[in-house]
Design a protein around this ligand. Structure first.
Ligand SMILES: NC(=O)c1ccc[n+]([C@@H]2O[C@H](COP(=O)([O-])OP(=O)(O)OC[C@H]3O[C@@H](n4cnc5c(N)ncnc54)[C@H](OP(=O)(O)O)[C@@H]3O)[C@@H](O)[C@H]2O)c1
Length: 255
């Protein structure tokens, strides 16, 4: 089967790189000529990539189509494309709802919304999908961890938390810069901080069936450095501000 991507930007290229490292079976991947540079890079790096002449050609050639354009572009172009009822359409678009997609697509194709994130290029990370769909789940389980959501409104909560990736990277950047200012070589500083947070995240994943509050507790010794770090950050309102920020991202998604 051929699969196609309408919009060849950050998230499409991450998913395509993930697919190229996976056991997903497909014949060809058709991609949009836009973005031209990313499309050319993907074609140069990977076999089985075809840069389509236009968006309609992708739909005519593929059974599965991934919509990886921004909401503004989606609102403009989807209604002019001619889909087929036997197609599966997976939309990565943040703010176009299932009912809006159904209206724009017109035919009775399968439509699923999904939220992959850039680490999918490493075959890692969560992929919430809505509504639940066996084939789409099995597809994303080969390049990440699928979470099926029944209620579309609930997916907005996941979108909100996915808006915290840059602030997470900012935190590890600030910590690395602090080490550099103390005289540590940048390479060593970044190696230390990224390995530390990778190890902590792996530990959290292994323990993710337990309440995370146990990890918070277990990582502190009474009167130790971590107890001090947590107390000071809490007193300064850092964690309250995380919740406030999530609420305000959520609010924006509901406007
Ligand atoms: N980035 C993420 O982490 C992430 C995660 C999950 C979901 N999403 C969602 O995925 C969608 C794409 O996000 P992104 O970060 O990948 O954005 P992006 O990097 O800006 O990619 C959008 C792509 O659409 C192309 N495009 C513009 N007009 C087009 C048209 N008429 N036909 C075909 N392609 C066209 C752009 O090409 P030009 O550069 O030539 O304009 C660009 O390559 C968004 O709705 C976003 O909310 C993103």
């Amino acid at each position: 089967m051929n699969i196609g991507f309408i919009g060849t930007g950050k998230i499409a290229s991450s998913v395509i790189i993930g697919i190229s490292k996976s056991k997903i079976s497909f014949r060809k991947i058709y991609i949009s000529p836009r973005n031209r540079k990313i499309a050319k890079d993907l074609k140069r790096k990977l076999d089985k990539i075809i840069i389509a002449k236009n968006n309609q050609q992708i739909i005519d050639k593929c059974k599965w189509i991934f919509l990886s354009i921004t909401p503004q572009v989606g609102n403009k172009i989807i209604k002019h494309l001619r889909f087929k009822p036997n197609q599966t359409i997976v939309s990565f678009i943040s703010t176009i709802t299932l009912s809006e997609l159904k209206k724009a697509v017109k035919v009775k194709a399968k439509i699923v919304r999904a939220i992959p994130l850039p680490p999918i290029s490493l075959k890692k990370g969560p992929v919430p999908i809505c509504p639940p769909n066996k084939e789409v789940k099995s597809f994303f389980d080969k390049i990440g961890s699928t979470i099926e959501i029944k209620n579309e409104k609930l997916s907005k909560n996941f979108w909100s938390t996915s808006g915290m990736m840059a602030s997470y990277y900012e935190l590890i950047k600030v910590m690395s810069n602090w080490l550099v200012k103390k005289g540590i070589k940048r390479q060593d500083a970044q190696k230390y901080i990224t390995s530390l947070f990778l190890a902590l995240s792996e530990d959290a994943v292994v323990n993710s069936k337990k309440d995370l509050k146990f990890l918070v507790k277990e990582s502190q010794t009474p009167k130790g450095l971590n107890e001090q770090g947590l107390k000071e950050m809490s007193k300064k309102g850092v964690y309250k501000s995380v919740v406030k920020t999530l609420n305000s991202i959520y609010k924006r998604l509901n406007n």
